[in-house]
Structures are given as structure tokens and as C-alpha cells.
Design a protein around this ligand. Structure first.
Ligand code: MG
Length: 159
């Protein structure tokens, strides 16, 4: 069996007047992430990790933000499409490990719901989805609450 690793990184700006979507779920917060889609930074990093593992370019290549079709789109739809692309190339998803950097709100209570949501979208076991949240100790753009960042690694397998 051939195994391959992929890595993804994404950033979105935090602004007033937007809903906050992370890991496929809506989280109550005073601000939300700005983007062409719902700006779910965690899902975008995960999609890029999946595409990277299969050497299939990146999320912007497949779902361009100049395309009206993707305006305001639920990122879970992008994740489902990404998983389809990976499976069409003959790969199965092993596991993923994701880190989200955000000063606020507290994300730990939402992690089980995110894991279950992503597992359902990806057709894998929630135990194969690790999500970790960290602050950056008030340092940098995440620490100043100007934005959020996410990092993801995934393992895919070709039976
Ligand atoms: Mg993005």
C-alpha cells in the first residue's frame, strides 16, 4: 500500500457583520471570517492538505473565488467535492490532524461537533479527525484578533 502525506494552511480576516463558521459548524461570536465563501478557514486548510497529498493543486485552482458559483458557498460542499476528487484518483483517506489558531472564542467545547460534522462530510470515522485549538498568546495577527489561521496534515492511502 502506498501512503502519502499532505499539508494545508489558510488564513481569513475577522470582521464585523459576518457569521463565524469553523469546522462546518456555526459558532456564536461577535465577529466572523471574511471570504468569498463562508470563509471556514479550518475546512479550507483541510481541503488544501487533501489536494496536496494527492498532488492535485489547491482549493483556489478547483474552486476559484472569481467564480460566482462559489460566492457565499458552504465550505462543506467544497470539502465533499474535494474528497470526491481524491477518491476518483484512487485514494482513500487515512487520518487528519488540524490546528486552529484563534485568540477567541473558546473553541474546545465545539471540537466534538466539528469532528462529527467533518467525519460525515468525508465519510470517515470521527476518530480519524483530530482538531486542536490554540491561542497565539496575543501575539501576531491571530493574537490581535485580526484573523484566524488553520494548519492541517492528512494521510491518504492508495490500496
Ligand atoms: Mg480560505
Amino acid at each position: 500500500m502506498k501512503t502519502r502525506v499532505g499539508f494545508g494552511f489558510d488564513v481569513h480576516r475577522l470582521v464585523e457583520g459576518r457569521e463565524l463558521w469553523l469546522g462546518g459548524i456555526r459558532i456564536d461570536h461577535s465577529r466572523g471570517l471574511l471570504g468569498h465563501s463562508d470563509a471556514d478557514v479550518l475546512i479550507h486548510a483541510l481541503c488544501d492538505a487533501l489536494l496536496g497529498a494527492a498532488n492535485m493543486r489547491d482549493i483556489g485552482f478547483h474552486f476559484p473565488d472569481t467564480d460566482g458559483e462559489y460566492k457565499g458557498i458552504d465550505s462543506k460542499i467544497l470539502l465533499r467535492k474535494t474528497v470526491e476528487l481524491i477518491r476518483e484518483k484512487g485514494y482513500a483517506i487515512g487520518n487528519t490532524d488540524i490546528t486552529l489558531c484563534a485568540e477567541r472564542p473558546k473553541l474546545n467545547p465545539h471540537i466534538p461537533a466539528m469532528q462529527h460534522c467533518l467525519a460525515e462530510c468525508m465519510g470517515i470515522d470521527p476518530d480519524d479527525i483530530s482538531i486542536k485549538a490554540t491561542t497565539t498568546e496575543q501575539l501576531g495577527f491571530t493574537g490581535r484578533e485580526e484573523g484566524m489561521a488553520a494548519y492541517a496534515v492528512v494521510l491518504i492511502e492508495q490500496p
